[in-house]
Design a protein around this ligand. Sequence first.
Ligand SMILES: [Zn+2]
Length: 193
Amino acid sequence: MAKLYFYYASMNAGKSTTLLQADFNYRERGMATMLWTAALDHRGGDHAIESRIGLAADAHRFGAQTDIHGAVMAAHGETPLSCVLIDEAQFLSADQVWQAARIADEGGIPVLCYGLRTDFQGELFPGSAALLGIADALVELKAVCHCGRKATMNLRVDAAGHAVIEGAQTEIGGNDRYVALCRRHFTQARRAG
Ligand SMILES: [Zn+2]
């Protein structure tokens, strides 16, 4: 049985690196894959998926209305896919997460989703909430706070490095606008900010 996986983490835990490594492992064996990432581009690089350690790849882009199931099954009809990998999966809609589940359940293709668990206020993203609800396998990728504890939270900071308390869930700005912290230091920083 193909499974739906959710690899979740805070910022800077190496989600894109892990995705690209998994993709490489399939392709090294001659297996076809399909990569996706959010249309909303806040990295500004040349490639759709770029990891902080220099790996990069092109990918299909999903927006709020993208029929991921339809696009995957159409591609699968031409070249059989061994795996679908989705970066920035926190931006999937709940409906798109159910589409990913259908790709696994009815299409027989494993779907590996990589994304943030929570936003800068500690709230679940819609895609993450749906994935935490229905994924077959939940895998936490670990980042480290400056104190050495596991970083589970994402603090949004302004240009001066001060905590941002209010605002939209998604803000185009780039990874340098976020700091991965343990919950204790996240709470302290927001209180001070
Ligand atoms: Zn800490």
